[in-house]
Write a protein that binds this ligand. Structure first.
Ligand code: SF4
Length: 112
């Protein structure tokens, strides 16, 4: 499966996202059900309040992503200890924009 990952822009300057790539490559944690996945794009939400996220998700789907994954930095505040206050709206916006045919996974390596 090909996926696009969206993460918190606040973490972008400090976190290389290496654990996201590791669990995706291994098919572990959030990817236990899908098995190993190929990350075709790794982007941020675009900054608070995340209004670019749905459009970025749609563009990744248009370029081949079969699922959109929200990295654990968003919902579970890993590693900066600041859970996204806009996460429900961001996820809802992506669901509305992508429709029911695109799978959305809302964590990567730290269970919500
Ligand atoms: S909207 Fe949420 S995910 Fe995006 S930068 Fe702000 S806190 Fe992070």
């Amino acid at each position: 499966m090909k996926v696009g990952i969206i993460r918190c822009q606040l973490t972008e300057d400090m976190c290389p996202g290496s654990t996201d790539f590791k669990v995706a490559n291994e098919g572990t944690m959030a990817f236990e059900k899908t098995g190993p996945v190929e990350i075709i794009r790794f982007r941020s939400c675009g900054g608070c309040s995340g209004k670019k996220a749905a459009t970025r998700a749609k563009m990744m789907v248009d370029r081949g992503a079969e699922a959109i994954v929200f990295a654990s930095c968003m919902k579970s505040s890993n590693p900066i200890g600041y859970p996204c206050p806009h996460f429900a709206a961001i996820k809802g916006g992506a669901e509305k924009k992508l429709g029911p045919d695109t799978k959305i996974i809302d964590w990567t390596h730290r269970k919500p």
